[in-house]
Each structure stands twice: as structure tokens, then as C-alpha cells.
Design a protein around this ligand. Structure first.
Ligand SMILES: Nc1ncnc2c1ncn2[C@@H]1O[C@H](COP(=O)(O)OP(=O)(O)OP(=O)(O)O)[C@@H](O)[C@H]1O
Ligand SMILES: [Mg+2]
Length: 801
């Protein structure tokens, strides 16, 4: 009915029938809660019907009010919106009167007020704006404006009921004339039909450029499906995937399927397309999710958090990049350099923290929480990263078919092509042991792969753009090459008459190389590797290390060097991207955080690292369950809706099994790690004795192994090396030697421990054990989410649009 203006008597007639309907509902203590043009049905005979009772609520004599924020944003009454933020607030049946008033404006003007706005923003504006009016009140009779004014009294206690409205002169004009007005309406509908005009919502089509897929459809949101069982969902997603529609909503959540091919849907054109528009205007997209977070932040002045979850290789990191791309576009600061810097953060950190695994060529081997900082007006002003649980064991050893962290190959190829391998004391024929898991094929790749060389150039650019100095970058390269040389240090046993447990370094070349690159004395390094100090009763005794022990110390030193280097890079990035306090005080800024962790893993052989990764994923799953099911179910219950059919797997018991103190798996592991005599065998026995539940089992006839039934499936873990990896000890002798370095960066790395954001702790704060940092990943994340998550719109609300 957009093509031509409706006459007032017809509008009165179209409103008169729902008024009667609402009076009937309200008399029976039912609130409709979704009155709007789309829910008023006009039949070809000129009949009018109020339809769709999907979010209606039954009031009881004990409970005459409601407090669930439900409805379609533009039509929602201020008091209903207020319930989203204020839990002690409530509303009654007069919220339908407000929606009726908005519908009256919609019938007259063609759209509800604020229709051009993003729905989240509209929700913010409605309670703050004065009551809306017709766009051009002088073109309508005063009685109509008065009727709307009555419906849209902001204080609902002062707003009339529908029974009162039925007495309003504007509505009363339809009384007794329903047959004639019905006929008039039927004729108008017929006329429109003949002219081929169809009542269509503006949301259907917005652009016809062929290169863009811009059609949105009801099956964009799984919530619109009639049946929501697993089979239907999968076949629905499969169908969309076949058409390269990789994104689908399910209420507030965006499902992204990995296309494994480059799609042309991430260009600046698309960023513009998804900028500040209503969600239904375009098909689901990762930019729409980023846009919703940004709009939510600007509109409600509240920090936002985006959580990306999925198994390894699902596309989390790519999605995080795309979010940063869109948020950088949205938060256009005049400062172009800052934007460029922010875009370099992910590639740089990922070169050091990602690696090729059996599942994913670019697998994240650490958890990353990137906060983009904005001014109150939404201009980007800085960024901050927190890193969790870098898989340091990868530095010294990789599983078959896997590789070390990317940076080692990039940097090796870069030095090779610049003919600088010699100055970093690296061989050009036989690759260092730490990167030689593929038996010499590596060297061939390093020499021939254009990708490695290009990546090296890119990383150099990242360092430069973000603001690292030449001196710092050279120090980073020196440490990387020192690690590779350290891996080549070999030990041999010295057997003398009295001693059999002594070791030496028969070939000192690698040792001297490593020491020189680290700017420390090679004799001191050798001593720290092959012996250790013990203080007994005030006396310092030097004990020798066996070959095995020396090898462990060597590898522990390499892991520590890499881990601390990584934290230092994070620290520098944070310092260089710190918001400029002249632009905006830290406390008035807001941020959008993006959590991208390593995905759930189940390899042929799973070790300590997989356990840590999977526990973190278990925590994320718990968070999702809480937000998607548990809270929604509580809301259903408060609405009196039978939610018993909504079954979901609550993974709290598994989490408890891991995290409980003192008898959870992690506490038991920490406890056993403190016993010097403990072995992997005593550890697995301890697990078996104490973890008696259906999620833990010990397979028969497989030594040193246990199984966990995770939310995502059953995983068998090999306990080999669990204790050692959890202890993650670095002998004090090594720390002392490294502190003697003349290299400023190295001095910094070992002068005090670093925090997750790379800041230096004061010395009296001990480095947290690995286990503590596992626990603090998910917990600190969920805390920050709970504090910042804006509780956006629930599925029920969107369902009715
Ligand atoms: N939107 C996309 N478009 C094109 N390719 C994609 C997209 N998302 C993912 N991919 C492809 O899938 C690969 C794996 O994705 P990604 O590294 O993001 O997975 P992940 O979920 O972060 O895995 P992990 O948990 O191992 O870190 C990417 O390297 C890329 O080739
Ligand atoms: Mg990843």
C-alpha cells in the first residue's frame, strides 16, 4: 500500500479491528507484544485480521506484568525496551497500545519512525526521543494526530487502554461502517493487484549490481525454520553452502562455513554495503556481525566482545581478520597510519604464533584476544592484544607432517636470499634440527619457496609499519637464530672412574654460535647446560647433568627464549598501539574485543598441549551454552513457556572434572608435578583413582593413556611428558647466564617475567604455572565477556521480524 496514500477512514478501519482484537486479548489477560503492519492481515474481501501470536504472553492474577524485552525494535514500547537494561522494570498490556500508535504512523507514512536506522540504534533512541509523530502532521486531520498522541504517551501508566481508545473519535468513525469500508478496502486491494503492485517490504532488495549477492531471504536465519532438528539444520546449511552462502544466522549468532576458496565478498564495496544498516537488509555476513558489535558499542556506550569458536581449521582466524578489517573501516580515524598499523598486528603476531599442523596450514598455536579501542564517537584510536598459552613445545619438536612456527621458515628464507645466513651463523645446506622434521626437504623449500621469501618481506614491513626499530628487529633475528643453533648443541656422556652421569659438548660449534648470537660467554653457557647448582645447608654444590638432563635443559632454554620473545613482541605492539591520551582519556574510550583461540583438536596422538587447547574450548562451549540455552530457558520459564523440549548438553560436569579444587584433573596434575619422584605412570594412576565419572576412562591394554569424553567427542591422551611440560621449568643457572647478556632485548626478557599482554611483572610476582594460565584463559575471558557482553537481542525478538 506504499504507492498511494491511504485515506483516513480506511486507516481508522484497519486500526479499529486490531483494537477490538486487542481488547479481547487484554480482557483475557493476554498481551500480543508484536503489533505492527506486517501482523495485520488484509484479505481480498476487505477483511482485517490481527495475526501472529508467536511472542504473546499470558498474564496471571498473580503476575499482571511482564519484564521480558520482546518485540520488533521499531514498534517496541519504551518500557519494554527498558527491561533489556533494567531487570527490575516491568510493563503491562498497554505496550500493545504503543505499538498500535506506531502502526498508525506506519499506515500513514509507509514506514515506522526511525525505520532508516539500525535496529540496535533504534532501540537506543526510542526511550530517549520524544514521542514520535506523523512525518507531516498538517496533512492529516487533528483527530488522527491526537489518536496517535494518545497511543504514544511515553509514561505507560498514563497511556489509555484499548478500551478507552475504542471510544476515540478517530476510531469511532469506523464503527458501524465496517461493511462499506471493507468494500472500499477490497476495491483498493484489487486495484493494486491489477496494477501488479505487491506489498513488499523494503528489506527484500536493495541493490541490483550483479557482482554482489545481495538478496536476503527468510532462510538466512535458522530461527525461521519450522523444525529445528539436527538433520534439518545440516541439510539447510548444506543447501546454502552449495550456493556459496557460507553465512547463516541463528538468532544473534552467525554461523560461518569455511568456503576453502577466495570469495569476492570482502571488498570495500561490501564494507559499505554492511555499514549501519538493518540486519535483514542484506544476507548474513561477517561484516554484519562486526557492524552489530560496533553499533552496539557506539549506541549503548558499552564495550563489546565477539567470540569465535569452532574446531581447528574451521576459519576462526580468517573470520577474526575480516572483523578487524571491517571494524577498521567503521572506526575511520583521520589517522591513516594508525589504521595501517592495526591491520599489521594479526599478520605479525600470527607469523610467530601460527604453524602448519596436520589439519590446518595456518593453525593458531596460541589464544589471542584483540581489543580494538575507540573514542566515544567511534573513531579507532588503538589496539591491545592478550596472548594465552603459546604452544612452546613446538619450538623443539613437531609431530610428523607438522612444522615449527612460521617465522622460522620465513626468516631463514629471507636471510638465505639476502645472503645473510652466515652473519646469523646458520648453515645453508643442512637445516637446523628444530626445523628439520621433514628430513632435508625443508632446505629445498626455503631455497625455492617464493611464499616464504615474500612472507619474510611482509613481516619486515609489519615490523616497520607498527614502529619497531631496526635494532629491535635485528635482536629478534639474533634470538631466533640463537634458538636454532641451540637446538644443534649435542651432548655426550663422560665416563670416568668415579662418575658416569657427566655430560659434555663434544662439538662446540653450535654452542659457540648460540652463545655469540645471545652475546653471552660460551663457557658459561656450556656450564649452565651440563651442570647445576644446589644449595644445601648454606653450601653451594655443583652437580653435573646427565646427557638426558642436559638435553632437557637445552630444550627448556629454547622454549623459554621463544616464549619470552613472543610475549615481548606482544608487549611492544601494545605499547606502539596504545591510544594517544591527547585524543581521548583511557577511561572514556570503549572497545570491541575479538577472541580467537586454537580450535578443538583430536589427533592420532594427543598430548598435554591438546588437553590444554581442548579445556579452553570446553570453557568457550560452556559460555555459549549459558548464553544460548540456559539464560534463554530461564526467560522462557519466566514467560510460562514450556521449554522442556529445548534439550542441550550441559558440559558443566566435564568442566568441574577439570577445574575443581582440590580433586579436579588440573589440581591433581599440579599436585603430582610438585613431587620430584612422580612419573607419568604415577600421574595416570592418580587420575584413575580420583576421577571417577563417566567423562574419564582408562583404556585397557594401552599404557600411559587416558580418555576424556569432551562435548565435541572422545579424545585419547597420551600422558608421556605431561609432568615435564606442566612443570615447564627453566633452571636458575640458565636464567643467570642469560641475564649476563650484552643484548638489551635479552636482558629485558630475563630480568622479569611478562604478563599475558606482554607487560613486565615485578620480580616478586612469580610466573604463573602453565596450569594457572590455562585456567586463567577461559576464566578471565568469560569474566570480561560477562562484564561487557551487551546481551543483545534474543532470538525470540528477531524471529518475529
Ligand atoms: N572466509 C574464508 N574465505 C576463504 N578461505 C577461508 C575462509 N575462512 C577460512 N578459510 C581457509 O581456511 C583456512 C583455515 O582457516 P583458519 O586458519 O581461520 O582456521 P582456524 O579456525 O583459525 O583454525 P585453528 O584452530 O587451527 O587456528 C585458511 O587458511 C583459509 O585457507
Ligand atoms: Mg586460528
Amino acid at each position: 500500500m506504499r504507492a498511494q496514500r491511504l485515506q483516513e477512514p480506511l486507516i481508522a478501519y484497519i486500526l479499529y479491528v486490531p483494537c477490538w482484537g486487542l481488547q479481547h486479548l487484554h480482557n483475557n489477560r493476554i498481551i500480543h507484544r508484536d503489533v505492527k503492519g506486517n501482523n495485520i492481515l488484509l484479505t481480498t474481501e476487505g477483511g482485517v485480521k490481527l495475526v501472529d501470536f508467536g511472542v504473546s504472553a499470558q498474564l496471571t492474577s498473580a503476575r499482571l506484568r511482564r519484564n521480558t524485552s520482546v518485540g520488533t525494535p521499531f514498534w517496541m514500547a519504551p518500557e519494554v525496551i527498558a527491561c533489556e537494561q533494567q531487570y527490575d522494570y516491568s510493563y503491562d498490556a498497554r505496550c500493545d497500545v504503543w505499538s498500535l500508535g506506531i502502526t498508525a504512523i506506519e499506515l500513514a507514512d509507509g514506514d515506522p519512525p526511525l525505520a532508516e536506522m539500525h535496529p540496535v540504534k533504534a532501540l537506543f533512541k526510542i526511550p530517549r526521543n520524544p514521542s514520535p509523530t506523523l512525518a507531516q502532521p498538517d496533512q492529516w486531520c487533528r483527530s488522527f494526530s491526537h489518536f496517535i498522541g494518545q497511543c504514544l504517551i511515553k509514561d505507560f501508566e498514563a497511556r489509555p487502554s484499548v478500551t478507552h481508545l475504542l471510544e476515540h473519535p478517530f476510531i469511532k468513525q469506523a464503527q458501524g461502517k465496517d461493511v462499506a469500508l471493507g468494500q472500499q478496502l477490497a476495491a483498493l486491494i484489487l486495484e493494486q493487484h491489477d496494477q501488479g503492485r505487491q506489498a513488499r517490504t523494503k528489506h527484500e532488495r536493495i541493490n541490483t549490481r550483479k557482482t554482489l549477492i545481495i538478496e536476503s531471504s527468510p532462510d538466512d536465519d535458522l530461527v525461521n525454520l519450522e523444525f529445528l532438528d539436527e538433520e534439518t539444520i545440516i541439510s539447510h546449511l548444506q543447501k546454502r553452502y552449495n550456493e556459496l552462502q557460507i553465512y547463516t544466522y541463528v538468532g544473534d549468532i552467525l554461523i560461518a562455513l569455511n568456503p576453502f576458496q577466495a570469495l569476492s565478498i570482502y571488498s570495500p564495496q561490501f564494507s559499505k554495503l554492511y555499514h549501519g544498516v538493518k540486519r535483514v537488509d542484506n544476507p548474513p555476513h561477517i561484516f554484519a556481525a562486526a557492524d552489530a558489535a560496533y553499533q552496539g558499542m557506539v549506541t549503548f556506550c558499552k564495550d563489546q566482545c565477539i567470540i569465535i569458536s569452532g574446531e581447528s581449521g574451521a576459519g576462526k582466524t580468517e573470520s577474526a581478520h575480516l572483523m578487524v578489517q571491517h571494524l577498521t573501516f567503521l572506526g575511520k580515524a583521520n589517522n591513516r597510519t594508525l589504521r595501517e598499523k592495526i591491520l599489521q598486528v594479526n599478520p605479525l603476531v600470527e607469523a610467530f604464533g601460527n604453524a602448519c599442523t596436520a589439519i590446518n596450514d595456518n593453525s593458531s598455536r596460541f589464544g589471542k584476544y584483540l581489543e580494538m579501542k575507540f573514542t566515544p564517537t567511534g573513531a579507532v584510536m588503538g589496539a591491545k592484544i592478550s596472548e594465552y598459552l603459546l604452544e612452546k613445545s613446538r619450538v623443539i619438536k613437531q609431530a610428523t607432517g607438522e612444522k615449527n612456527f612460521h617465522i622460522f621458515y620465513y626468516f631463514y628464507a629471507g636471510l638465505y636470499h639476502q645472503d645473510k645466513l652466515k652473519s646469523y651463523r646458520l648453515p645453508d645446506k643442512i637445516p637446523p634440527r628444530y626445523i628439520d622434521s621433514q628430513h632435508c626437504k625443508v632446505m629445498q623449500d626455503i631455497v625455492t619457496s617464493k611464499l616464504y621469501k615474500d612472507q619474510f618481506d611482509e613481516i619486515r614491513e609489519c615490523f616497520r609499519i607498527i614502529g619497531f626499530t631496526e635494532e629491535e628487529v635485528t635482536s629478534v633475528y639474533r634470538i631466533l637464530s640463537a634458538i636454532l643453533n641451540t637446538g644443534n648443541i649435542e651432548f655426550a656422556a663422560i665416563t670416568s672412574q668415579h662418575q658416569t652421569d657427566k655430560s659434555e659438548v663434544p662439538n662446540s660449534e653450535a654452542l659457540e654460535n648460540a652463545a655469540s648470537l645471545l652475546s653471552i660467554g660460551h663457557e658459561e653457557l656450556q656450564e649452565a647446560l651440563t651442570s647445576h647448582c644446589v644449595v644445601t645447608r648454606g653450601e653451594t654444590i655443583i652437580r653435573t647433568n646427565t646427557v638426558d638432563k642436559a638435553t632437557d635443559v637445552r630444550d627448556a632454554m629454547s622454549k623459554a627464549l621463544y616464549g619470552r620473545l613472543f610475549s615481548w613482541i606482544v608487549n611492544r605492539i601494545n605499547a606502539l598501539l596504545q591510544p594517544d591520551m591527547n585524543i581521548c582519556a583511557a577511561e572514556s574510550g570503549m572497545n570491541v574485543g575479538i577472541l580467537d583461540i586454537f580450535g578443538f583438536e583430536n589427533f592420532k596422538r594427543n598430548s598435554f598441549e591438546q588437553l590444554c587447547i581442548n579445556i579452553a574450548n570446553e570453557q568457550i562451549q560452556f559460555y555459549f551454552n549459558q548464553h544460548v540455552f540456559a539464560l534463554e530457558q530461564m526467560e522462557y520459564q519466566s514467560e510460562g513457556v514450556d521449554a522442556s523440549l529445548v534439550e542441550y548438553e550441559d558440559n558443566r560436569p566435564i568442566l568441574d572434572m577439570f577445574l575443581q579444587k582440590p580433586m579436579g584433573l588440573l589440581s591433581l596434575l599440579d599436585e603430582e608435578s610438585r613431587f620430584p619422584q612422580a612419573t607419568d605412570q604415577t600421574l595416570v594412576d592418580k587420575f584413575e583413582d580420583n576421577l571417577r565419572n563417566k567423562y574419564f576412562w582408562r583404556p585397557k591394554r594401552v599404557e600411559l593413556c587416558f580418555g576424556i569424553h569432551h562435548y565435541a567427542g572422545k579424545v585419547l591422551y597420551s600422558v608421556n611428558g605431561f609432568l615435564e611440560r606442566n612443570r615447564d621449568t627453566l633452571p636458575a643457572d640458565i636464567v643467570v647466564v642469560l641475564r649476563t647478556s650484552e643484548n638489551k632485548l635479552l636482558q629485558q626478557l630475563f630480568s622479569s617475567p611478562l604478563t599475558k599482554t606482554g607487560r613486565r611483572r615485578r620480580l616478586h610476582h612469580l610466573r604463573p604455572s602453565l596450569i594457572t594460565s590455562i585456567i586463567s584463559l577461559p576464566l578471565s575471558v568469560s569474566i570480561s565477556i560477562d562484564q561487557t557482553f551487551p546481551e543483545p537481542l534474543h532470538a525470540a525478538k528477531w524471529r518475529r521480524r
